[in-house]
Write a protein that binds this ligand. Structure first.
Ligand SMILES: Cc1cc2nc3c(=O)[nH]c(=O)nc-3n(C[C@H](O)[C@H](O)[C@H](O)COP(=O)(O)O)c2cc1C
Length: 173
């Protein structure tokens, strides 16, 4: 597993996350995966940080709140049906790993596992979190929260970033 600098893959990663990526969380025996479409990558506090946004209604929220880490897997092959499933079904009701035939493998620097798909993987340790303050949200974005189901933003230090793309780079665009 070759460590890579996130800067070297950031453009394609950002483009793919916009279409969907896997966020995996674990706390004790509770393990879940959900699709994310909103995230950012860059330097904060002088460290490489990825932010992910999780609404309180998600099963994932109850798990990540009891954890101090998460992993993100950005597929480089077409996984649109699995991303659609993990982005609409809840881990409260179904085992998404089983239903989508998603295998996992152990991470190297965190306890939360990694989804075994060809792509770029991020092992992240949560260094900060912030609940959205609706009163600070610009009026023109408020339509994104009709149920007032606001996000909590998790800031994860990317402690290990690597590729399992092999030769097949072309799928990630
Ligand atoms: C393309 C796509 C992107 C999504 N992005 C997010 C996101 O960034 N944050 C979020 O809270 N939910 C997002 N969702 C919705 C969750 O993935 C969805 O509600 C999921 O069923 C939650 O699963 P859980 O209850 O097992 O946590 C997205 C869904 C799709 C299809």
């Amino acid at each position: 597993m070759q460590h890579i600098e996130f800067e070297s893959v950031s453009e394609k990663v950002i483009r793919q996350i916009k279409k969907g990526a896997f966020l995996t969380v674990q706390a004790g025996d509770d393990l879940n995966v959900m699709t994310i479409g909103w995230a950012s990558l860059g330097y904060i506090w002088g460290r490489p940080i990825m932010t992910v946004l999780v609404r309180k209604s998600r099963y994932t929220f109850g798990i990540i709140e009891r954890s101090s880490e998460f992993s993100v897997s950005v597929p480089s092959v077409d996984m649109s049906s699995q991303l659609a499933f993990c982005g609409s079904e809840s881990g409260r009701n179904v085992d998404k790993f089983k239903e989508c035939s998603l295998e996992i493998f152990p991470a190297s620097r965190i306890k939360t596992p990694i989804i075994n798909v060809p792509g770029i993987h991020f092992e992240c340790k949560i260094v900060y979190k912030s609940e959205m303050d609706p009163s600070a949200l610009v009026e023109s974005y408020k339509h994104l929260y009709p149920m007032k189901d606001y996000h909590t933003i998790y800031y994860g230090e990317m402690v290990h970033t690597y590729s399992t793309e092999g030769e097949a780079e072309e799928g990630l665009n």
